[in-house]
Ligand binder design. Structure first.
Ligand code: ZN
Ligand code: ZN
Length: 259
């Protein structure tokens, strides 16, 4: 924690369990002591702890949408925050997401009335609409509409030194996605499926490359790989449209967030 700003890929995988790729979760350490998770798929909190960021180190969770591979650790999170065991948190952990996250959390608490619902001194939920969002620390974060699910939000973080990184969550191309990734220093973009096995609501590597090129993103980090797309030459396909810096996500990858 602290030091240089960095992104750690905690989960580059999908709903399909794999030994080498956990479900969606990315950790952003702003280098000034504020730590954010973007998405919180099942197992994310343990992955964060393994990367050196146990629960007390986390300040906020930014959710891209309510599909379980992006937010199921909301159960583990609330349960852990209720526990009198483990290190106490110095401040509430804030979860940001579309207003339907509130309904989801209410339903989860209904399912586990005795085990979830940490107090307001430990857990805070903030409903977000596209537009500016106030986060802990000095990172600015407008949320963007993204075409995938009614609850979808893309996040574009601007770190204190001006570095911008955008997270698509699950997405399809269009003006919304291009607005999200426009001239991003780092664009974390899904390339979930092969073109030959297209799934509505998802991108394939070639289309992701074209989106990043249209955005003029400087560095493209492709992620959220279903097993089928891993059989493909992902980088070569993305390169058909995108000429900037290109990285394929792996769990544990650390990306310095500097110009
Ligand atoms: Zn989804
Ligand atoms: Zn997904």
């Amino acid at each position: 924690m602290g030091g240089a700003a960095r992104l750690i890929v905690l989960g580059s995988g999908t709903a399909v369990p794999r030994a080498d790729r956990a479900t969606s979760c990315y950790l952003v350490d702003d280098g000034e002591g504020t730590v954010l998770l973007v998405d919180c798929g099942p197992g994310a909190l343990h992955r964060a702890a393994a990367a050196g960021y146990p629960l007390p180190a986390l300040d906020a969770v930014l959710l891209t949408h309510i599909h379980p591979d992006h937010c199921a650790d909301l159960v583990a999170l609330q349960f852990a925050l209720r526990s009198p065991l483990g290190a106490p948190r110095p401040r509430p952990l804030v979860v940001y997401g579309h207003e339907s996250v509130g309904l989801l959390v209410a339903r989860l608490r209904n399912a586990w009335p005795e085990w979830l619902a940490p107090g307001p001194d430990r857990f805070e939920l903030r409903a977000v609409e596209p537009g500016p969002v106030s986060l802990p620390g000095r990172t600015a974060a407008p949320a963007f509409r993204v075409a995938h699910h009614a609850s979808s939000l893309g996040w574009c973080l601007t770190l204190p030194d001006g570095f911008t990184l955008a997270f698509s969550g699950d997405a399809t191309e269009g003006a919304d996605l291009e607005a999200l990734g426009r001239e991003a220093d780092l664009f974390v973009l899904e390339a979930a499926v092969p073109a030959e096995a297209a799934v509505p609501g998802h991108l394939d590597p070639a289309r992701s490359g074209r989106v990043a090129a249209a955005c003029r993103a400087r560095h493209l980090l492709l992620t959220h790989f279903y097993p089928e797309v891993l059989e493909q030459p992902i980088a070569a396909l993305a390169r058909q449209g995108f000429e900037g810096r290109l990285t394929l996500a792996q769990d544990g990858l650390v990306v310095p967030l500097t110009h």
